[in-house]
Design a protein around this ligand. Structure first.
Ligand SMILES: CO[C@H](O)c1c[n+]2c([nH]1)[C@H](O)[C@@H](O)[C@H](O)[C@H]2CO
Length: 447
């Protein structure tokens, strides 16, 4: 047995998101979100599930925070439901929405837990979607008004802000692949949405600085690692395109103030281009304080002419998979973070999501989720490698604190350290909860 030790100020946390846990979908003045509409649309979500109740955390947050305290985490990443604050997306503020999040954040702080707040985790006010949503540049202004309200309202309470969760999911998954709300399937639209998100991000960071808000601000892209199937030129280039779809496209603008040219050219061949207005790229690269990285999986990539969008096919090398079908590829986390540091410099990084889907349930009151423990351990070991290799890694926030509404998969997929019985809403800490508690308390891993 050997021990790997983490830096004494390393931040251990857990994450959730508003639409996935809160429920209270139409309570206390909350407006509709695009996920209320999408999940109420037949055929969009497995089993016709929706977030009307979810984990009912809107009413049970004190119980949840007590469990977080027992877990011993120092950071809790959550998101604000924009439609609770601005039911129509802009205009009149809903005081009950602000009151709820003040009660919630105060309770976190009272329990010694640092709030890490995601301003946008996909639940766009429906009223804005009806005016074009993220395809309409005016949504940027509505987002800025929302962000300014939150910065001023929670000044001194919330000191870690994330502008957007996973721009790739908001643009590509939701507006090109179409699996998530609002469910469009248009590559040009997806590129426009991504660009508008970036402009909103950059303007928000600039405003954060100008307002002199105490704290740090960043963004949380989801990154994916593809390794070439062989060292043949066509395989190397295919893997590079597939990685860039997830990675460079969503990092180059932030750090270089430009899109990766080889991908701009690739998209042009597909009939799509980036519509940049004067000054946009300068705004987008407004320096951030940290980068949140969401990493789950990776794969092998091989050239295949005219296959899907990047002339690239994934090769299943026989990776073990989680219950959602994603490869378990912990080395990909090391490759991703070392590549990121070599490419963009020693930007402070928090892992803002990493976790595994395993659908274990309680047997005799205990949830034996050893496979989740194994997944987490394998990835956390890679993080120690990253730190030893010079990656400026500040913390690890696992996905997820509790089982929750897994978007188009509904409640069929479980990622939590805490099991939720959706009939009774009973919370049951899993074996992984106690394993993670030991890691958080000791700051080391026995391997
Ligand atoms: C495709 O993997 C993405 O990086 C990703 C995975 N996940 C996410 N993004 C989202 O940020 C969470 O809301 C999901 O619940 C979570 C688990 O699916």
């Amino acid at each position: 047995m050997s021990v790997i030790q983490f830096p004494k100020d390393f931040v251990w946390g857990a994450a959730t998101a508003s639409y996935q846990i809160e429920g209270a979908w139409n309570e206390d003045g909350k407006g509709l979100s695009i996920w209320d509409v999408f999940s109420h649309t037949p055929g969009k979500v497995v089993n016709g599930d929706n977030g009307d109740i979810a984990c009912d955390s809107y009413h049970r947050y004190e119980e949840d925070i007590a469990l977080m305290k027992e877990l011993g985490i120092k950071a809790y990443r959550f998101s604000i439901a924009w439609p609770r604050i601005y039911p129509q997306g802009s205009g009149e503020v809903n005081p009950k929405g602000l009151e709820y999040y003040h009660r919630f954040v105060d309770k976190l702080i009272e329990n010694g837990i640092e709030p890490y707040c995601t301003l946008y985790h996909w639940d766009l006010p429906q009223a804005l979607q009806e005016k074009g949503g993220w395809n309409n540049r005016e949504t940027i202004d509505a987002y800025l008004q929302y962000a300014e309200t939150m910065f001023k309202e929670f000044q001194g309470k919330i000191k870690y802000w994330i502008t957007f969760n996973e721009p790739w999911c908001v643009s590509m998954l939701s507006n090109y692949i179409g699996a998530h709300a609002p469910g469009n399937q248009d590559l040009q639209l997806a590129l426009d949405v991504a660009h508008h998100l970036f402009v909103a991000h950059g303007k928000t960071v600039r405003m954060f600085r100008e307002l002199g808000i105490e704290g740090q601000i960043g963004i949380a892209p989801n990154l994916y690692w593809y390794e070439p199937y062989s060292n043949r030129k066509e395989d190397v280039e295919a893997a590079r395109r597939k990685r860039a779809w997830y990675n460079e496209w969503f990092l180059d603008p932030l750090f270089k103030g430009s899109y990766p040219q080889f991908m701009v050219d690739w998209y042009k061949k597909k009939g799509a281009e980036v519509n940049i207005q004067p000054g946009d790229m300068e705004i987008i690269k407004e320096p951030i304080d940290f980068l949140g990285i969401n990493y789950y999986s990776g794969s092998l990539a091989r050239y295949k002419e005219n296959f899907e969008d990047f002339d690239c096919e994934e090769i299943d090398e026989g990776y073990e998979k989680t219950d959602i079908g994603w490869n378990i590829y912990p080395e990909g986390l090391y490759k991703t973070l070392t590549w990121l540091t070599e490419t963009y410099g020693p930007v402070p990084i928090y892992i803002t999501e990493n976790g595994a889907c395993y659908n274990d349930g309680p047997v005799d009151g205990r949830v034996r989720d050893q496979k989740r423990i194994d997944y987490l351990q394998k990835h956390i070991i890679q993080l120690n490698r990253c730190i030893q290799s010079g990656v400026n890694l500040k913390g690890y926030i696992t996905w997820s604190f509790m089982d929750n509404f897994e978007w188009a998969e509904g409640y069929s997929k479980r990622f939590g350290l805490v099991h939720v019985d959706y009939n009774t809403l009973k919370r049951t800490p899993k074996d992984s909860f106690y394993w993670y508690r030991h890691l958080v308390r000791t700051n080391w891993l026995d391997i």
